[in-house]
Design a binder for this molecule. Sequence first.
Ligand code: GLC
Length: 443
Amino acid sequence: MTVGGLAAASAGLVSALRRSGIDVDVLLPDYSSATDGIIETIELDVPIWAGPAVVKVVDHPQAGRIHLVDAPGLARSDPYVQPNGQGWLDNTDRFMRYSAAIAAYVRLSQPDVLHLNDWHTATALADLDPAPPTVLSLHNLAYQGATGGDWLDLIGPRSRHYEWWGGTNPLSGAIALADRVIAVSPYHVSEITQAGQGFGLEEPLRARGNTLGGILNGIDTTVWNPEQDPHIAERFSAADLAGKQRCRQQVVDEFDLVDDNSLLAVAVTRLTDQKGIDLVLPLIELLDEIPLRLAVLGSGDRMLSQKLSAAAERSDRFAFIDGYDEALAHRLIAGGDLFLMPSRFEPCGLTQMQAMRYGTIPIVTAVGGLVDTVPDLDAHPRTGRGIVMSDISSTALVSAVHRVVRRCAGRKIDTLRKRVMSIDWSWDDPASEYIKIYRDISN
Ligand code: GLC
């Protein structure tokens, strides 16, 4: 199982790289204390505060060969958050240890290129002197791992790059030290270098000049394939959309939604401020007046999930499923007519691409990767793929729903479905762009 977009994106990139003949060692935290199928255990030479640490080499049925880092505190019921939805109190210690283990493994294995993702790996570069040519991908600048200044004495010889207003900032240090910094969509690059939009890191990001770039993530088009999906009621394709109706009916029945012919909107999301799901609350109150039904699958923020559960009890046009369930995510995305993604910011976003692959029309905000992937239907009648909200508010969401209801009347929606289903979201192109960067920096 994976949690969140970073895992999905990393898995997709790695398999595309391997298909291109690149030899990749994938390091991951061993969150579940793996004991089965270990092919080899490698001891790591880490500082006392970070150890003992080992790498377990495992052949995973889906992910292929992976290297699991086992260091104190990494194994947990959830990678990042406690059962109450708050981050683990020792997340800094956990991921500083993980980063120290990465540095130790790099010293042992001497790769041609090191590719780091997000703050959880970022202090590895403090401890690598010299370091191999390094790419840092930024999946979410809202999380930087910033912590107290004491860590500067521990993380390694290049720690001064991590000093940040008297404290330690893993992400700002790696942004300064990596050879290339890559945001996960081109539009997001233009956002994060602007005042007030780079989560405080605008300056170090701007300082990178043309060594900062954007590469749009792909999705795993074998996992997200309506023609072969084992999770859905009936498979379908752009040429034959009959199965999609069955998938929609199945969702309506499963969640006991009113059985009229109105459009079914779905959302599959983490419940965090970023995702803007709180903006749907006022929409739910209007569902008797707008011809729409809505099903939301999500987990995270407790207060928001309580509000959504309460709203679902009052309405036969709205269902909320609290949790994370891969198979249900597929059923909802396949059965939906519309996919709601009212994000406040979105470095790339993967679910809007998954939705389009199933002919589910996205309603999005004009942020990050959503701008790169969803041109608005009214602004671009021939090439539009969905509805872009005029701003980030409930009012704009309600207007967008009205607009989509008009746009999708009758058979028009099928033409649109076919259009969005034909787009290639595979990792092939993004992987080639990464490979080009690996070559550039290692020559
Ligand atoms: C994070 C971002 C999301 C992105 C994903 C993979 O989850 O919030 O926008 O798609 O990482 O890069």
